[in-house]
Design a protein around this ligand. Structure first.
Ligand code: NDP
Length: 332
């Protein structure tokens, strides 16, 4: 089977020269292991961090070895109790066609309960990030006005919809095209949407949230964070989930120039890592899957076909070519 290798550490924007798709032997499962044929691969912004050597919360990819990341697939062979051929599993050996892994690192998923792709998106890691970030880290309260950046993406689109369903007074989203802005207000029920490429964020946010915001869910950093600080009301909260505008930066990026407002506004700003919030998973799955079933919460996916296009899908994600979760499908 094929697997993607990182062959050089990208400087700035990754380029195809930093990667190679290589043929890998398919290992038979040893005791306690399963062999999986991957059906859907996830590409996620955090993977950019794994391509660098800089110390981070995720270990860097090793050069000239298969890369990894979220995937769902079907068990072909099993030497582990409780796993049988035909079972579907979620696991972390993506960026490849076949994976042999310890069954204890795989989670069984039910394709009857929800489409397999949703375990990588709306009901998976990005969904839990949205839920925990909004409800716990940002300490969302009904009546809050919420601003979310990266709002047409996997995490952001779910943040805005959960906020509406939980009684936000106003939800404003920011995204990088008019088409995306229309999806936010037309499909997801946001009250207002801005296209950050058209005019300064601060200016657009002032118009979209004339009474200010109580919560900012940050996926982007930089100019968006500065604009949000400016719009924040007394005792506002900022959950910092990501700063994708800086992931390919080659120079240190400026801090928000208005951070001193933290004193007068007594706002709180807290980073969030999804792995700290696994305890919320049952509650998250219960609530969000009910909303998905009832149609109150909708989601989009951008699906790219073929393992050979995984890198293009990842680069496209960094460029904003996705609406909703970016998925690579290898076919059933
Ligand atoms: P998305 O589906 O949101 O895809 C990334 C999006 O980022 C693109 O579609 C693009 O949309 C936007 N983007 C790219 N460059 C810029 C830029 N310079 N300025 C503004 N927007 C930009 O990805 P996810 O939902 O998976 O992730 C969203 C964020 O959440 C990321 O920052 C990610 O790192 C973070 N994250 C953090 C986790 C944690 O535990 N802390 C867990 C999961 C995700 P557009 O067209 O609008 O520019």
């Amino acid at each position: 089977g094929h697997a993607w290798h990182l062959t050089a550490r990208p400087q700035g924007w990754p380029t195809p020269d930093d990667f190679a798709l290589r043929e890998e032997p398919v290992a038979e499962p040893a005791d306690g292991q399963i062999l999986v044929r991957n059906i859907h691969l996830s590409v996620d912004p955090y993977m950019r961090g794994r391509m660098s050597e800089a110390k981070s919360y995720v270990a860097p990819y090793k050069l000239n070895e298969p890369m990894y990341g979220g995937a769902v697939g079907v068990v072909l062979a099993s030497r582990a109790d409780g796993f049988a051929p035909g079972d579907h599993v979620l696991h972390d050996l993506g960026w490849r066609e076949y994976a042999t892994l310890a069954a204890k690192h795989a989670t069984k998923v039910d394709p009857q309960a929800a489409p397999l792709t949703t375990y990588l998106g709306v009901l998976g890691m990005p969904g839990l990030t949205a839920y925990a970030g909004l409800m716990r880290v940002a300490a969302f309260q009904p009546g809050d006005a919420v601003f979310v950046s990266g709002a047409a993406g996997a995490v952001g689109s779910e943040v805005g919809q959960i906020a509406k369903l939980k009684g936000a007074s106003r939800v404003i989203g920011s995204a990088g095209s008019d088409e995306k802005a229309e999806v936010l207000t037309g499909e997801y029920g946001f009250d207002a949407a801005i296209n950050y490429k058209k005019a300064p964020v601060a200016e657009q946010l002032r118009k979209a949230a004339p009474e200010g915001i109580d919560v900012y869910f940050d996926n982007v950093g930089g100019e968006h964070l500065e604009a949000a600080i400016g719009a924040l009301n007394l005792h506002g909260r900022i959950a910092v989930c990501g700063m994708i505008s800086q992931y390919n930066a080659t120079e240190p990026t400026p801090a928000p120039r208005n951070l001193s407002q933290i004193i007068a506004k007594r706002f709180r700003m807290e980073g969030l890592l999804v792995m700290d919030h696994q305890d919320l998973r049952p509650q998250f799955v219960r609530e969000v899957s009910a909303w998905v079933r009832s149609g109150e919460l909708t989601y989009r996916e951008t699906v790219v076909e073929g393992v050979e296009n995984t890198l293009d899908a990842f680069l496209g994600l960094l460029r904003g070519e996705n609406i909703g979760k970016m998925i690579v499908t290898l076919g059933d």
